[in-house]
Design a protein. Structure first.
Length: 146
């Protein structure tokens, strides 16, 4: 009924009803990683994992809503966030993150492929740009179920 709140035990969501449909309470979550010596790391590994989307806490995957990168030196390099279906298999590009002669990058609000499936990984494709560190931050929502 209108105004009721329920727990969806099957999908681990809190839902409320507005009289016509169920709505899910969706907080924004954040992933923050810092990679030290990313160009040195890139010589041995082109892309590195940032997080795995576990089916236990995100049975219907996640949607990335915002990406922010920071570096210790001004640069004009592109780093690409990628979805990998397993640790050895690239799947698709989430977004190319191009610095513009600056130390910070923030996406423009539209991502190439923001939906990440349960069981997949979020990787970052590194560059040979000489940096001491690269900080990667992104916010995301857990996708609601049926």
């Amino acid at each position: 009924a209108t105004g009721e709140i329920a727990v969806d035990a099957n999908n681990s969501f809190i839902e409320f009803y507005d009289g016509t449909a169920s709505r899910v309470v969706q907080p924004l979550l954040r992933c923050d990683k810092t990679i030290w010596d990313p160009d040195g790391m890139q010589t041995g590994e082109d892309a590195v994992p940032l997080m795995r989307v576990e089916a236990e806490w995100a049975p219907f995957g996640i949607t990335i809503v915002d990406i922010f990168l920071a570096a210790d030196a001004s640069n004009s390099t592109t780093y690409t966030l990628e979805e990998w279906t397993d640790p050895a298999t690239w799947g698709s590009d989430i977004e190319g993150c191009a610095f513009s002669a600056s130390t910070e990058f923030e996406d423009d609000g539209t991502l190439a492929d923001a939906s990440i499936a349960a069981g997949s990984y979020v990787f970052i494709d590194l560059s040979t740009q000489a940096l001491n560190w690269l900080q990667i931050s992104f916010t995301y929502r857990i996708n609601e179920g049926n």
